[in-house]
Design a binder for this molecule. Structure first.
Ligand SMILES: [Zn+2]
Length: 107
């Protein structure tokens, strides 16, 4: 059985990012046919997932956990910058969500 991987750019592969792109640009991004995975191979897009419960490749799970933790730190810092587009509260909520997802991938 083939493993299910994550897209290397796991944070940009999710529905939330796609919706943001659609609402801000009006463009619907094409789903790529082949993507580079978190473990460094190329697989059909259909063999990747952004849902922690669906990803079976261990290296990809670790990659996704790392990416979400790094994002959590980034967004937290962003919320504390003067003139930031998001408030510290919003940033903390986004960081908490990202850490939650990281935990699920790390399990
Ligand atoms: Zn993988």
């Amino acid at each position: 059985m083939s493993h299910v991987h994550v897209d290397r750019k796991v944070l940009q592969a999710g529905a939330a990012y796609r919706n943001l792109l659609v609402s801000s640009t009006g463009l619907v991004p094409d789903e790529p046919t082949v993507v580079t995975t978190g473990c460094g191979i190329q697989v059909p897009y259909a063999l990747t997932s952004v849902r922690p419960e669906s990803v079976t490749c261990l290296a990809c799970r670790e990659h996704a956990a790392r990416e979400h933790l790094a994002y959590a730190d980034q967004v937290r810092r962003l919320g504390r910058m003067t003139g930031s587009v998001i408030s510290a509260d919003e940033a903390d909520q986004a960081a908490d969500r990202a850490r939650d997802i990281a935990r699920k991938f790390a399990n």
